[in-house]
Design a binder for this molecule. Structure first.
Ligand SMILES: C[S@@+](CC[C@H](N)C(=O)[O-])C[C@H]1O[C@@H](n2cnc3c(N)ncnc32)[C@H](O)[C@@H]1O
Length: 201
């Protein structure tokens, strides 16, 4: 795995642990993660999200689309807090109850993040330098979201499941983009797609 307990400071690990506990506590009331994954939140969600961190450019303005329970946005904000505390995170989530959870986590863990409760398509363009999304939509739709919210020289990092190669093929029919596919460390069939220079063709 890219980030392991030995790679992060005691303070960061403690914050991740508090996030883990809040995620589990709130999941009993709202659907933040699937029931089948609650037995292994560290590997299935936290380390899965954390692996994005080392692929990201060192930039100030990050945004996470369809954050849900904060994956990967909250995990990345926790990892960034110690090394680059001025980095700002915007989490876009249309579900009001999930947004309330995200605001609670941000407050309790003192993260440099804000939540926008809105449809991604309707939110004011964010001009993000690093844009992330996980389990949100197929790649063609993600590129459309990125066209709205990614800065022209920005980097998008999308966590995709096993259909990623097919999604890339389909997206190439309507979009031109630079792509680097990084194999996931937590799921051998999944990938993190690093995308830049996105244009509709
Ligand atoms: C399947 S969940 C994934 C959540 C999180 N990224 C994760 O990996 O666990 C997708 C989330 O995106 C939100 N969402 C879906 N479409 C959206 C849209 N168009 N605008 C804003 N939020 C959206 C949903 O409310 C949901 O919380």
């Amino acid at each position: 795995m890219t980030v392991q307990t030995s790679d992060v400071s005691r303070e960061t690990l403690e914050r991740l642990g508090r996030y883990h506990d809040l995620l589990l506590k709130w999941s009993s009331r709202i659907n933040l993660i699937s029931k089948s994954s609650t037995f292994d939140v560290w590997n299935r969600h936290i380390w899965d999200s954390a692996q994005v961190y080392r692929l990201a450019d060192s930039k100030m303005r990050w945004a996470d689309l369809g954050s849900g329970g904060g994956l990967p946005g909250v995990v990345l904000a926790i990892l960034t807090k110690e090394n680059a505390p001025d980095t700002t995170f915007t989490l876009v989530e249309s579900d009001v109850r999930k947004a309330t959870f995200l605001r609670t986590v941000i407050r309790e863990l003192d993260l440099n993040a804000t939540v926008i409760v809105s449809r991604i398509e309707a939110a004011t363009p964010l001009d993000a330098q690093v844009l992330t999304a996980r389990a949100l939509a197929d790649l063609s739709d993600l590129l459309s979201f990125a066209q709205r919210h990614l800065s022209p020289d920005g980097q998008a990092l999308f966590l995709k499941g096993e259909t990623w190669e097919k999604e890339v093929e389909t997206a190439r029919e309507s979009w031109s983009f630079e792509l680097a596919a990084h194999k996931s460390k937590t799921n051998p069939n999944a990938a993190i797609l690093e995308v830049r220079e996105i244009e509709r063709v």
